[in-house]
Write a protein that binds this ligand. Sequence first.
Ligand SMILES: [Zn+2]
Length: 265
Amino acid sequence: MMNPVPILLYHSVTADPAGWIAPYAVSPATFAAHLDAVVASGREPLTVSQYLDGLTGAAPLPARPVLITVDDGFADFAGNALPALAGRNLPSTLYVTTGALADGPHDSVLPPAAMLRTTDLAGLEAAGVEIGAHSHTHRQLDLLPARDVAAELSSSGDLLAQALGHRVRSFAYPHSYWRARVRRLVAEAGFDSACAVGNALSSSRDHPLSLSRLMVMAGTDAATVAGWLDGSGAHAITRKHRVLACGWRQYRRARQAPRGLRWPR
Ligand SMILES: [Zn+2]
């Protein structure tokens, strides 16, 4: 693979996660160890839009970028993740589920958790965090009709634009599920990059609207992250994985019911 680029995906940084998010939460100590590995790698940390600008030639692309992304908008981002990031001068990209914001309209299907407030977002941006959209309700977009997908994209984009005073450029698929028609709608909504999860290193060969991320789980140790940063330790998406993902989508569709909504990503 040419110039492998690790794009890390976190959710919650806390020593005391709610049960439903615990498999995807890391403790502040683990997060700090991961960030130390990022710094030690000598890679150049970028926001997703800075990386996109490098890919498109709008800005120079560093030889060895690394991207840190955080999904959903948990309150612990401000309390635990940001101090660790800022202390190391690491930019990051935070994808916010607008319907889950603590002071928002409460339209999300995410289970209850302490979430950021709309009024936190401008301060986070000023501290080096790119804010991106992660839909409004966190429904699985690949299972929704096009008009509902468009509404998810426009309402989340509009709410963030209102909070920040400008349009946001980047999007992350809830549950990481996307397909070609969803990706087209993301482009039509005005986003110029979007993150998925491939559990593979990204590269300039990735489509900018389906960048592959490496999902950090509760048990992901610093050595594993260091392996990703080395450009090894994460295998490319194989045909077998794609077939499995397709089967999983059919299973979810067959089971789709309010209580069938599984948690985040
Ligand atoms: Zn999510």
